[in-house]
Design a protein around this ligand. Structure first.
Ligand code: SF4
Length: 600
C-alpha cells in the first residue's frame, strides 16, 4: 500500500505549511483513500510503494487533458510473452498511451496461477516505480490509463477492473476504452440476477467484469462470447484470466485496437505507437465485432457480431498520437492534409501561420504549405502546466489556460497571424489565446480550426462537455468568432476532414459534428458519466428507457451471426485447437443462463 498518495507532493515540492506551492498541482478526488494493490487473487500481498516523483510525461506536457480540450477515453494495453518482463512492457506501453487518460493507471499480471493487479490515481510514472514493477512478475499482463467517461475519478474506478470468478474458478482483470450505451439496462440485469454485490466500482467497465465473472460453470472464453453480444456502445477491451489474454472491439470498432507481434509473444494496444515503443511489429487491427484469445495454444479469433465499422474520426483530429496509424492512414499525415485543405477552403492574407502547441502543429504546417505563408512558432507551452483539467472551478480553469501558454512577443509583434488549432470545445482556450496575442502586439488574429464545429456530445467514450457547454452548439460561426474575439474564424468542412482521413464516409462516426449517431442511444445513455452513481443513490429511479430499444431505434438484442471462426493469415492456431476453436462460437451461453444461477 502506498504510504503517501501519488498525488501528494514530496516534502521538497511542498510550500509553506506543507501545502503545495504549485497552484496547478495534481489534486485527487476529495476523500479518496491512497491505495496501491487492489486485487491479488490467490496470491501473496505485494510490497507497498512509497511516494511518487514529480515526473511529468510528455503527454501531460502536451497539454492534453487541459480543461478546454476533449478528454480522451482511455488507453488499453495487453501482452502475452512468457519469459519477458511483461510488467515493464505494459508500463512502457501505457507510457505511450498516457495521452488517452491521465487520471489513473494500472497493470494486472499473471504467472499462470495468480493474477495480481496494481493501480492507483495519477499518471503512469506516478503510479509505478521500479520496485512495484519488479514485484509484478508473470507471463501475461493487461494495463490501462484512465480518463473517466463513466463513473467518477476515484480509486475504486481505476482499472484494470478485477473480479474473482464465482465458484473460485479463477479471476478476470479487464481494461476498457470506450463507453457503453446500455449501462442502465445491464446494471438492472446484474442487480436482478443477484450480482449487484459483486460490483466494486461505478463504471460500465466494472459491469462488464462482473458479468464475465458471474458464471462458475463457464470458462472466461465461454463467458465472453455470451457477454460481448449483450454490450451496446463503444468498447475496446483487453482482459485476461490466469492463462489467456483476450482483446475485443465492439461491432462498430469505434475505438482503435491493434495486434502486434513480439519475438516471443503478442501485444495488443489502443494505438500502433504503443507497439513501436515495446518493439512489437504491427500485425493488424482487431476487427470490429471480433474477439482474440492468446495463450500457450496460440492465437484464436472469432466474431461475436457482424462488423459495421464506424471508426471515430476525432481520433485523427486530436485523440490519437501523431505517430499512430489508424486503418492504414497515418495520423500526422492526416492532420497536415487537413491544414492544406483548410488553407484552400478558408484563405486569408497574413504574415505568419502559428500553431496552438502541440495539437495544432501538424495542421498549421499543412496550412502554411497550402497557403505559402511562412510557418513559425509564436507560443510556448509551459512544460509543467499540463493537467489543469483536474482543477474544479471555472475561474481556476481560465487561469490555467492563461498559464499554460506563453507568447513569443518578438515573433508576434506587428504581425497578421493565422492561428491553427485542432478543435474548439467551450471556446475558453481560444478566447484567452486571441486576447493574449493581441496584448503581445499582433495586428490581426485569424483562427483556423482543423475540425468542423463540435456541436454534439460524444456518448462513445470522449468527454467533450455537455451540449450547453459546447460553444458551437448555440452559436453559428460568426457568433463563435465574436465570442472568441478573432478577426476571422473558419473550420475545415466535414467533407475536407473526411477526405484528409482517406476513409470511406460510411465507415466513420462523425456524430459530434453532425448529430448523426451511428449507435442508437437509449435515453439512459444521455444521463451522463455518473449514471451508475445516480442509480446507487436512487436505486428506485427508473430512467425513461425502453429496454427493448424499439422506441429508441435500437434494434434490440443482437442476433449472433452463425459465422465461422475467422482464421487470419499469419495467426497461428495449433491443429489440436482446431476443434476447440470450432466450438468457440458454438458455446454461446446466454445471459439468461447466468441469471439462472443460484446465489451462493
Ligand atoms: S461522437 Fe465524435 S468523438 Fe465520439 S466517437 Fe463519434 S466522432 Fe468520435
Amino acid at each position: 500500500m502506498a504510504d503517501r498518495h501519488p498525488s501528494e507532493p514530496t516534502p521538497d515540492e511542498q510550500g509553506p505549511g506543507g501545502v503545495s506551492s504549485d497552484p496547478l498541482a495534481y489534486s485527487a478526488t476529495p476523500g479518496t483513500a491512497p491505495r496501491g494493490v487492489v486485487g491479488a487473487a490467490h496470491s501473496a500481498a505485494m510490497p507497498g510503494t512509497s511516494a511518487l516523483r514529480s515526473t511529468t510525461p510528455d503527454a501531460a506536457r502536451d497539454g492534453r487533458g487541459s480543461d478546454d480540450t476533449p478528454k480522451d477515453a482511455c488507453g488499453v494495453f495487453g501482452v502475452w510473452a512468457p519469459g519477458e518482463d511483461v510488467a515493464k512492457l505494459a508500463y512502457y506501453g501505457l507510457f505511450a498511451l498516457q495521452h488517452r487518460g491521465q487520471e489513473a493507471a494500472g497493470i494486472a499480471v499473471s504467472d499462470f496461477s495468480n493474477v495480481i493487479v496494481y493501480k492507483d490515481l495519477g499518471l503512469v510514472a506516478q503510479v509505478f516505480d521500479e520496485s512495484t514493477l519488479a514485484s509484478l512478475t508473470g507471463s501475461l499482463a493487461v494495463g490501462h490509463t484512465r480518463y473517466s467517461t463513466t463513473g467518477s475519478c476515484t480509486y475504486e474506478n481505476a482499472q484494470p477492473s478485477f473480479k474473482q470468478i464465482r465458484g473460485g474458478r479463477g479471476s478476470v482483470a479487464l481494461g476498457h476504452n470506450g463507453n457503453l450505451t446500455n449501462t442502465s439496462e445491464l446494471s438492472r440485469e446484474v442487480a436482478e440476477n443477484g450480482l449487484g454485490d459483486d460490483m466494486g466500482a461505478t463504471t460500465d467497465s466494472d459491469l462488464i467484469t462482473t458479468m464475465l465473472a458471474a458464471n462458475p460453470d463457464l470458462s472466461l472464453e465461454e463467458a465472453a462470447v455470451g457477454v460481448l453480444p449483450r454490450l451496446r456502445g463503444a468498447f475496446s477491451l483487453v482482459f485476461m484470466d490466469e492463462n489467456t489474454l483476450y482483446a475485443t472491439r465492439d461491432r462498430n470498432g469505434v475505438r482503435p485496437l491493434v495486434l502486434g507481434r513480439l519475438e516471443r509473444g503478442w501485444v495488443v494496444a489502443s494505438e500502433t505507437a504503443a507497439l513501436d515503443i515495446v518493439g512489437a511489429s504491427f500485425v493488424r487491427e482487431v476487427e470490429p465485432g471480433e474477439v482474440l484469445a492468446i495463450d500457450a495454444d496460440g492465437i484464436r479469433s472469432a466474431h461475436f457480431a457482424a462488423p459495421e465499422p464506424k471508426g471515430c474520426i476525432f481520433e485523427y483530429v486530436y485523440l490519437a498520437r501523431p505517430d499512430t496509424t489508424i486503418s492504414g492512414r497515418g495520423v500526422h499525415a492526416t492532420r497536415v492534409e487537413i491544414g492544406r485543405r483548410l488553407a484552400h477552403e478558408a484563405p486569408v492574407e497574413a504574415d505568419l501561420v502559428i500553431p496552438t502547441p502541440e495539437s495544432g502543429t501538424p495542421a498549421a504546417i499543412g496550412y502554411a504549405q497550402g497557403s505559402g505563408i511562412p510557418y513559425g512558432q509564436g507560443l510556448v507551452k509551459n512544460a509543467y502546466v499540463g493537467r489543469t483539467f483536474i482543477q474544479p472551478s471555472q475561474t481556476i480553469r481560465q487561469l490555467g489556460i492563461r498559464l499554460k501558454l506563453n507568447p513569443l512577443r518578438d515573433v508576434i509583434r506587428g504581425k497578421r497571424l493565422i492561428v491553427v488549432d485542432d478543435s474548439i470545445v467551450r471556446g475558453n482556450t481560444q478566447r484567452a489565446l486571441v486576447r493574449m496575442l493581441r496584448e503581445s502586439g499582433a495586428l490581426e488574429v485569424h483562427v483556423r480550426i482543423a475540425s468542423p464545429p463540435v456541436r454534439w456530445p460524444c456518448f462513445y467514450g470522449i468527454d467533450f462537455a455537455t451540449r450547453a457547454e459546447l460553444v458551437a452548439s448555440g452559436l453559428d460561426v460568426e457568433g463563435v468568432r465574436r465570442s472568441i474575439g478573432a478577426d476571422t474564424l473558419a473550420y475545415i468542412s466535414l467533407d475536407g476532414l473526411i477526405a484528409a482521413s482517406e476513409q470511406p464516409r460510411s465507415r466513420l462516426c462523425t456524430a459530434c459534428f453532425t448529430g448523426d449517431y451511428p449507435i442508437a442511444l437509449p435515453e439512459e445513455a444521455r444521463l451522463g458519466k455518473h449514471l451508475l452513481e445516480d442509480l446507487v443513490r436512487a436505486p428506485d429511479r427508473t430512467p425513461a428507457v425502453d429496454v427493448s430499444g424499439a422506441a429508441s431505434g435500437d434494434p434490440g438484442p443482437v442476433s449472433v451471426p452463425p459465422a465461422d471462426p475467422v482464421a487470419h493469415e499469419g495467426l497461428e492456431t495449433p491443429p489440436e485447437r482446431a476443434g476447440a476453436r470450432a466450438g468457440y462460437l458454438n458455446t454461446l451461453p446466454s445471459w439468461g443462463a447466468v441469471g439462472a444461477l443460484d446465489r451462493p
